[in-house]
Design a protein around this ligand. Structure first.
Ligand code: MG
Ligand code: ZN
Length: 350
């Protein structure tokens, strides 16, 4: 009897250790298996992604299409609802659905969004905005003011300050207490609320000199968010892997993929040390119908072929690391990722 009681105690303690306090959710837009393997090849045979042992796949149909776009894909992750292409935080009946970020905020977690595109673009905005269609950038920017998000880093400054309605939302953000920056010289910003929109529109490509903007943004967001005792939720997007696919440009894909993998490496280092952080990495869909037709692990050469300028319907890999990661093995729907993260962080509970 005593023995059983002791065993129960031990397993209860083990279980208690399993609930993560923080989540780093990394989305590589358009990052299918070929994009990952092309990046691995270009990086001479390795990626940080290989450090992860728990791997699954998600099925990713939209409610109105076999092939999802980034809006329906991210809305599925953010709200648990299968919805139509173009929807931002709305279900298939156009009803606003609560997002993981909003739930995290309600629970007292610090929250953040980081991207290498307009921060009002489909992927980040699906976690914070509720609009009929992804092209409503100015309305989406307005939705940022309706939350208490702590850290926002990306492009798309013009949707906040050069608007048809004449409002300057950057001023409104300052009045709300945000430190507002229009570049990435943020070494002096170590706490508090931060909005850094370092490009008027979309930030440039790595191939055009973006440098380590994403890695720097990822580090800065974790530096600030991790100071919150109750934990944090951050979504970090490698946005332009998708655009390499749309452009049918293998060099564009691999440079953005390797760039994204640097932030993955940083997130894994953080989680390995912190031990209370769940890291989940996936994509919304594959882009380009990209196939590897040749390559060289020694020289990093990649020869690719494409079947489309658009998205494809491939199953998409999911990588998970840290407490709660086991739930991400197997094959499931993209919107199940919402439930898995919600359960891991015990969101929606007190
Ligand atoms: Mg995106
Ligand atoms: Zn796309």
């Amino acid at each position: 009897m005593k023995k059983i009681f002791a065993l129960c105690l031990i397993s209860a303690q083990l279980f208690a250790q399993k609930a993560p306090k923080n989540i780093i959710f990394l989305i590589g837009d358009g990052m299918g298996v070929s994009q990952i393997y092309a990046g691995l090849t270009a990086n001479r045979g390795h990626l940080n992604l290989e450090r992860i042992k728990v791997i699954g796949f998600h099925k990713n149909q939209a409610s109105n299409n076999y092939i999802t776009d980034s809006a329906a894909g991210a809305t599925a992750f953010a709200t648990g609802k299968q919805t139509y292409n173009g929807a931002i935080g709305l279900d298939s009946l156009k009803v606003p659905s609560t997002t993981l970020l909003e739930m995290a905020e309600k629970k007292g977690l610090a929250t953040g969004l980081v991207s290498t595109c307009d921060i009002t673009d489909a992927t980040p905005s699906s976690f914070i905005a509720h609009q009929r269609t992804r092209s409503m950038h100015e309305e989406i920017a307005g939705d940022f003011l309706k939350t208490d998000i702590d850290v926002v880093i990306g492009g798309g400054r013009k949707y906040f300050e050069k608007r048809k309605d004449g409002l300057n939302l950057l001023d409104s953000l300052r009045q709300k207490g945000y430190q507002v920056h229009s570049d990435l010289t943020l070494d002096g910003v170590n706490k508090g609320k931060l909005v850094a929109l370092y490009a008027e529109e979309n930030p440039i490509k790595v191939m055009e000199g973006r440098g380590d903007a994403l890695l720097y943004s990822s580090k800065k967001s974790l530096e600030i968010l991790s100071q919150n005792k109750k934990g944090f939720f951050v979504m970090i997007e490698g946005s332009q892997i998708d655009w390499g696919g749309h452009a049918n440009d293998a060099d564009y894909i691999v440079t953005e993929m390797v760039d994204f993998d640097k932030s993955i490496g940083f997130a894994l280092d953080f989680a390995a040390k912190n031990k209370e952080t769940l890291v989940v990495i996936t994509a919304d869909h594959e882009t380009g119908g990209f196939a590897l037709m040749g390559g060289n692990m020694k020289t990093g050469e990649v020869k690719g072929a494409f079947t489309t300028k658009g998205h494809t319907g491939q199953m998409i890999p999911v990588f998970a690391f840290g407490p709660g990661s086991e739930a991400f093995a197997g094959i499931y729907n993209n919107y199940d990722i919402f439930t898995k993260i919600k359960q891991a962080l015990q969101l929606g509970q007190k």
